[in-house]
Design a binder for this molecule. Structure first.
Ligand code: SAH
Length: 350
């Protein structure tokens, strides 16, 4: 039985499911079963656009490691590493940093078996510890945590304001047996996650909350508070909490309808970065846009250096990658960067 039919059967037996449950099932199935990345896949991420992206992150890691006092052992963790391209570029860019490779313990968190296989190929020869889920992350050495387009894949709840109260958006079955949206009593976890400081909701407003993203960032905060280090979260989203339905599905580089493509398309939602920053006496938060971050780290100079040895055609590709990553009309503005770091550190790029 295919995934969609299994989902429909589940709803038929147990009743409508939350968007949270729907998204969790879809994402898990999707990343386990499809060719998702690149020109022949469904979408392209920053590390797949150009090696310059990972090189800048590599320089960021080296800088923060040195600020940490170049510890003799530290965990370099990436959650949701996709094809392993970002980690490969980070490792290449840090090769010449004395002591960095000797000190690092590379940890990847990936729940798709197919993608783990892919990461193994990309990172051949690198000693890696894999976990399928982030709560399994072990160790007490300092940590550098990197994620790119990982938070957006973690599930959300959608609440909708109706007649003076919040209701939960759910997925049920229509009279003809197709998936359809409905409203139900809100899940307590969802209502407890409503951020403070939002304007008074209006009839029909949709609010997305993600206890899963919050739990993940809380876990990393705790690790950083105990062991020291820094996290870098890159994703598309907003720096201030706001209302709106941002759940989106992408297939072959086009937006498609969410319900009929369940499990077959990349399903994500915008990350509410404000909701992920919790005050702590041990940690400091830094936010900016991807464009500003990469420029501050010197991506422009790196592009010029690469162009020195490039054919005219390669030089054109480098320029267009630079534009895609940094321009406000492309990924430069929509993508945000959040760093959470031990209070004594000053992450580069902000
Ligand atoms: N960071 C990569 C890939 C982003 S796609 C890049 O920039 O190209 C999202 C990645 O997160 C995939 O590798 C997917 O399998 C993984 N993923 C999604 N949800 C996950 C979860 N709950 N636990 C572990 N990995 C997850």
């Amino acid at each position: 039985m295919d995934f969609l039919q299994a989902l429909k059967n589940e709803i038929d037996h147990n009743g409508p499911i939350t968007i949270h449950h729907f998204m969790q099932q879809c994402v898990l199935h999707y990343y386990s079963s499809q060719q998702v990345f690149g020109r022949d896949g469904d979408f392209v991420t920053s590390p797949e656009i150009s090696q310059m992206f990972g090189e800048m992150i590599g320089a960021w890691c080296a800088d923060i490691w040195m600020q940490m006092g170049s510890p003799k052992e530290f965990r370099l963790v990436e959650c949701g590493p996709g094809q392993g391209t970002l980690m490969a570029d980070i490792l290449r860019a840090t090769k010449s940093v004395p002591g960095f490779h000797e000190a690092m313990i590379v940890v990847l968190v990936e729940n798709s078996k197919a993608l783990r296989q892919r990461q193994l190929q990309t990172l051949e020869g690198v000693h890696i510890t894999w976990y399928s889920d982030w709560p399994q992350i072990e160790g007490d050495s300092p940590m550098i945590m990197i994620t790119n387009e990982f938070l957006d894949a973690l599930p959300i709840h959608q609440l909708q304001y109706q007649e003076g109260r919040w209701r939960e958006r759910v997925v049920g079955l229509s009279a003809v047996g197709e998936l359809t949206y409905g409203l139900a009593e809100p899940h307590p976890v969802a209502t407890q996650s409503i951020p403070e400081g939002l304007p008074e909701p209006q009839e029909g407003d949709i609010l997305e909350v993600s206890p899963s993203r919050r739990a993940f960032v809380d876990f990393v905060d705790q690790q950083l508070s105990l062991s020291g280090g820094a996290a870098l979260y890159i994703d598309y989203g907003h720096l201030q909490s706001a209302y709106g339905d941002t759940l989106q599905a992408m297939k072959s580089h086009e937006y498609v309808h969410v319900l009929p493509t369940a499990g077959e398309a990349d399903l994500t939602s915008h990350v509410d970065f404000a909701a992920l920053q919790k005050h702590s006496e041990f940690l400091a938060h830094y936010t900016t846009t991807q464009g500003a971050f990469l420029k501050a780290l010197g991506i422009g100079l790196r592009a010029e250096a690469l162009k020195q040895n490039a054919t005219p055609e390669q030089a054109k590709d480098i320029d267009s990658a630079l534009k895609r990553l940094c321009d406000n009309e492309e990924m430069g503005q929509l993508f945000k960067v959040l760093s959470v770091a031990s209070i004594n550190l000053k992450p580069a790029g902000f």
